[in-house]
Design a protein around this ligand. Structure first.
Ligand code: SF4
Ligand code: FES
Length: 318
């Protein structure tokens, strides 16, 4: 089969429609969060309880024409435009830069726009209970032992189709509708840790008394210490992979810690000790269990687990 061959793919989409009245219940707690030291930046204990909406849940199957090189986002757009306009999902840039389209693909958090059918479609009935690295598929509550032990082939299924892909909302976050998760908990945690540079500097002025350009000079070696971390697009894939973050407010999460680490490693920043204090809490680095599931699928190539290790060491050594 050539790359341009059109065949079919089946998407099994976990759908959700919230009740109109949005009868809600408080988000579940976690034993990791029983004692919590408040953060010097305004502790998370003051944050309002997150709630999960209730509503109707079902799995809907769509079989559409597709090519192996198509992305899962391509397929969802085809479904939205030609089959079912009620299907809800979120995306923006379409090429791995904005982080708005993280979902669970075959149980693994990933971006819709970079996941191709040839990488993710599996022969029908053969979705394994664990992913390629042996982690249990998130949200997996179905499948027989035979299915669990079935071999997974990257080739097309015997019926000529590319196979099946299961889609669900990003794990660890309240679902709003279909594949759209509420990622505000992650953004709140990132904001709480001051995701911006706090640097000393005297404003230069022009002869007219207006603010002039001034520079924060930095050596390339100093830039290298945080440059990779500054590529984080806050997609939430690492959070959705983390079994501790999935418990709710118990853990500020790997994404917030990546943002904290980005500024802790910046030689220009002047509040390093405050930043380390802010994450030295029961819901901060102390909640990280070093599972390292957060590293698996970071679309920006950040070794999140290793960074967690490094920031924990910095907190302990200060
Ligand atoms: S560290 Fe990677 S996986 Fe986590 S939010 Fe940032 S870009 Fe996404
Ligand atoms: S749509 Fe922007 S990262 Fe996928």
């Amino acid at each position: 089969m050539t790359n341009s061959t059109v065949t079919t793919v089946t998407l099994k989409v976990n759908r959700f429609t919230p009740r109109p009245e949005r009868a809600e219940r408080a988000r579940g707690g976690s034993p990791f969060a029983r004692t919590r030291k408040s953060s010097p930046f305004g502790g998370s204990s003051a944050a309002p309880a997150r709630r999960r909406p209730r509503g109707k849940q079902w799995v809907q199957e769509y079989t559409i024409p597709a090519r192996p090189e198509d992305t899962v986002l391509d397929c969802l757009l085809t479904i939205k435009r030609t089959v079912d306009p009620t299907l809800a999902f979120r995306y923006s840039c379409g090429h791995g830069m904005c982080g708005s389209d993280a979902v669970a693909i075959n149980g693994t958090p990933n971006l819709l726009c970079t996941a191709t059918l040839k990488d993710w479609a599996k022969p029908s009935g053969s979705l394994p209970r664990t992913d390629d690295e042996g982690f249990r598929r998130i949200g997996d509550d179905a499948g027989t032992e035979e299915e669990a032990s079935a071999e997974v082939s990257p080739d097309t299924a015997c019926d000529g189709s590319l196979g099946v892909i299961e889609l669900g909302p990003l794990p660890g976050f309240p679902v709003e509708r279909d594949l759209i998760a509420d990622i505000d908990p992650m953004l709140d945690q990132i904001r709480k840790l001051k995701p911006y540079l706090e640097a000393d500097g005297v404003l230069a002025t022009t002869h007219e008394g207006k603010v002039d350009v001034f520079e924060y000079l930095q050596h390339p070696d100093e830039l290298a210490r945080y440059e990779q971390l500054s590529n984080c697009i806050a997609c939430g894939v690492c959070e959705g992979s983390c079994p501790v973050f999935a418990g709710g407010d118990a853990f500020i999460g790997p994404a917030a810690l990546i943002w904290a680490s980005r500024f802790v490693n910046d030689s220009r920043d002047t509040i390093t000790m405050d930043r380390l204090d802010a994450i030295d809490t029961a819901d901060g680095v102390a909640a990280c269990q070093s599972v390292r599931a957060c590293t698996r699928q970071c679309p920006r190539g950040i070794d999140v687990g290793e960074e967690m290790w490094q920031i924990v060491a910095k907190v302990r050594e200060r």
